[in-house]
Design a protein around this ligand. Structure first.
Ligand SMILES: [Zn+2]
Length: 153
């Protein structure tokens, strides 16, 4: 397995990403990392997220899996275009939040078997048994890629 980076995301937000519905992850921090991003469901959920996501016309699963790496996406770009501007000023779509960095994801794919993992803050790299299990999922991935947001030309 290449040295993939992982990002812990609370449910139900990760479910919306994995469905291909939400191609943007909002973060308060920027990163220079680009490439494969393992999508880890945090142990703690965001209870308020369910209502917010329903208002965006996506119906999240009632009990999405947590504390596991569920899939992988390509981090193609990070947009900071809304700093100092009005919301909607950039081209990241309706999920982009004002004053946050918009991590633009493409080629989102879901693992056949979730890989249990604790997760961490920031970008982290799986090790040991977790890395081995992730490697097996990456090798056996059959899911059809979803179209995400393409990077700005
Ligand atoms: Zn943006």
């Amino acid at each position: 397995m290449r040295n993939y980076r992982a990002l812990s995301i609370k449910q139900p937000w990760l479910a919306a990403i994995l469905s291909g519905w939400k191609p943007v992850e909002n973060r308060t921090w920027d990163t220079s990392y680009r490439g494969p991003l393992l999508l880890h469901a945090s142990a703690r959920i965001d209870p308020d997220g369910f209502d917010v996501i329903r208002r965006m016309d996506y119906r999240p699963p009632a009990k999405p899996p947590v504390a596991a790496i569920l899939g992988v996406a390509e981090l193609v770009d990070v947009c900071d275009a809304v700093w100092g501007d009005r919301p909607g000023f950039c081209s990241c779509g309706p999920w982009a939040m004002f004053g946050q960095y918009h991590w633009r994801l493409a080629t989102v794919r879901t693992f056949t078997n979730p890989v249990p993992a604790k997760g961490a803050l920031g970008l982290w790299a799986p090790t040991g048994d977790v890395a081995a299990a992730v490697g097996r999922e990456l090798a056996n991935m059959t899911g059809r890629p979803c179209e995400g947001v393409a990077p700005d030309a």
